[in-house]
Design a protein around this ligand. Sequence first.
Ligand code: NAD
Length: 475
Amino acid sequence: MYRKLAFYIDGEFSGAEGRHAGDVANPATGEVIGRLPHVGPADLDRAVAAAERAFASWRRTSPLARSDLLRKVAALIRERAPDIARDITLDEGKPLEEALVEVTSCAEHVEWHAEECRRIYGRVIPPRQPDVRQFVVREPVGVCAAFSPWNFPFAQAVRKVAAALAAGCTLILKGPEESPSAVVAMAELFHDAGLPAGVLNIVWGDPAAISRHLITAPAVRKISFTGSVPVGKQLAALAGAHMKRMTMELGGHSPVLVFADADVDRAAQMLARFKLRNAGQVCVSPTRFYVQRPAYARFLEAFAHELSQARVGDGLDPSSQMGPLANPRRVAAMADLVADAAGRGAQVVTGGRKVGEEGCFFAPTVLAGLGDDARIMREEPFGPVAPVVPFDTEDEALQRANALPFGLASYVFTESLKTATRVANGLEAGMVNINHFGMGPAEIPFGGIKDSGIGTEGGAETFDGYLVTKFITQL
Ligand code: NAD
């Protein structure tokens, strides 16, 4: 039923063959469903050497040929989406319908990169002397190392791979050991589409040992990481010490500002549905809810009602609106944050507890009556727990929204154009959503500021992290 797991180096899939292997469990049941082979240092050296060899020819492969290959991959994604999605539900937990959306949206991402890579233009600079030609070209940075997380195991990996390969780079990717099926499926797609050996390599094992090995390898010129702020800072420090370029897509603590003039019921319904997505394990999940005092009681009631009605269950059951959390660590983290808030006087409006004995289920939870000193008002919950607090003035809301070191997504609900404009200008965030949610499609640059990261993925900016600028002058 579940995909055969493997690592992939220099065009070959391999099982453990005497190496260590780790268990992969279904978070809905706790059942072990697969064994993932872990690589050792010699395998990592082989992967770097293969990527370095492949770079010599892949960088010279025409953008049109790279584009054709990516289009084949996109077509295969659509064809195999049901199988890939089922395996994501099995090892990550999200409802099957959400997993299908994740997978099929990646076909668009790959197509976007197939289109954009044909437009990696340089420019001509008017020279100071006659008969001199001066131009700027953009070249692939080289061998890249990427580290992708478990919450969107297909999408997060595909974004990195599509951008690197379309730009002409080669790549070694370490995927998420707890939810690995999507990354194995991705390697199979590229392999079957005819990707030359060594252009893409997939490894698994001890994250810290692998990232240290790859970041310090002289041939690796750039790293890309999606994950938590503390790990991102460790990897960025290592990359800095070795002068490696980096893209960092890290955590957030997205503020939501609901003004008194908003369509409060619509806001409550939209935000509740968005909060349930992947059980809140989304870096841009709405996190701190600030509601202007005249609308506070109504919003709290409508929002808590929506969340309390959500059907929580195994993602393979079509009636489930929210699946389990991805691992037992997240269940413990939710229980801790709720206990901390309750200990400081917060009211648990709905949820607040683990659901059932089996699996990693936690009830969608709304907390009210808490101060800014509660841990959940500062720490990213990465789960289905939402604190809702009132505010009085626009200045106060902006000041509280910007008070944390994060700067990823933010959400505003208001019917006033003036409020929307002022608040959009004032929010310290990489992405501002006003009265709707517009992030995610391939053409949108996705990324954060402050501690939430460096650089963007997607959009017209998507190749910025994978290209270097070369100036050529010629008489
Ligand atoms: P974690 O901080 O241990 O790990 C986060 C991710 O980083 C995982 O995918 C892990 O495999 C990887 N990782 C950890 N140490 C690493 C290292 N030294 N080198 C390379 N990769 C490494 O936390 P966790 O319990 O797995 O996840 C919970 C936290 O991670 C959440 O609170 C959230 O902030 C963050 N997270 C963020 C995203 C995102 O989309 N930005 C995705 C997943 C997790």
